[in-house]
Design a protein. Structure first.
Length: 244
């Protein structure tokens, strides 16, 4: 059996929010790992065999054993490298609340954000932006009720936790949307607490070198938009799309 600290590999894509979560979690824990950049338009055999169900990044391979789904991976990392700092809170109720908000981010905020990028019409884009803003308003409220009320800088308290990872990994795409479409989904006017939180998040040591430049997200978003347009114009019935 592999030791706790050896043989850790992450299959990722530099701009993938989900892969970024996992990499920051490993950095928080001080785990060294091999990072393998995937091409999601031309997936490696290792990715296809490690995550045969979804065929998506990230995959964490620990001692030869693959684990998929970013939020599942982050929990695994928190449990295997259990020494502080913790990513999830210790109290069961607080853990449940953190899981609730992480799920909310993935089920409500992320689809809106991705929808803004993939929208076929400006009308659809505006609707998706509204959907994302509604989710952001909920998250602003959640932050106000927990962290800000106690004077804490992060959802996780004094340091970055589960909800911070779930949300913070999307910031470069939110900035890409602002640059591409002029829509501010986190801004000092509408969500002042989250705007200030976002500035703190990217400064955290564990996030440095992992959170990509918004330019890279812009380039990736353009690639995805070109594919969406090509798919719309195509009559190929077997077209299967890439999700991000
Ligand atoms: N729910 C998954 C989402 C992972 C995901 O969507 N990954 C994208 C990259 S951002 C991907 O690998 N897409 C490839 C595809 O859709 O075939 C997670 O949290 O890990
Ligand atoms: C896909 O990746 C394989 C190696 O994994 C490489 O040999 C091949 O040229 C790539 N194809 C494209 C279209 O990039």
């Amino acid at each position: 059996m592999a030791g706790k600290d050896d043989d850790v590999k992450v299959l990722g894509v530099v701009v993938s929010p989900f892969a970024i979560r996992v990499r920051i979690a490993l950095n928080i824990k001080g785990v060294s790992y091999e990072y393998v950049e995937e091409d999601i338009f031309n997936k490696s055999e290792l990715l296809l065999t490690s995550n045969p169900v979804h065929k998506k990044v990230p995959v964490l391979i620990h001692g030869g054993k693959p684990i998929s789904e970013s939020l599942v991976i982050v929990q695994y990392v928190d449990e295997v490298w259990a020494a502080a700092p913790s990513v999830l809170p210790a109290d069961p109720y607080d853990r449940a609340v953190a899981r609730f908000w992480a799920a909310y981010i993935d089920n409500n905020m992320v689809p809106g954000m991705v929808g803004v990028l993939r929208a076929a019409t400006e009308e659809e884009r505006a609707a998706k932006a509204d959907e994302t803003l509604a989710a952001m308003a909920q998250l602003e409220k959640a932050f106000a009720e927990v962290a800000a009320k106690n004077g804490k800088p992060f959802f996780g308290g004094d340091s970055v936790g589960y909800v911070d990872l779930a949300l913070g990994c999307n910031l470069h795409f939110l900035e890409a949307i602002r640059r591409l479409h002029g829509v501010a989904l986190v801004d000092a006017g509408k969500t002042p607490l989250l705007a200030a939180w976002a500035e703190r998040f990217v400064q955290v040591e564990a996030a440095k070198g992992v959170v990509p430049d918004a330019d890279d997200a812009v380039e990736f978003a353009r690639k995805i938009q070109a594919r969406v347009a090509a798919a719309a114009a195509s009559t190929a019935a077997n077209y299967t799309d890439i999700q991000c």
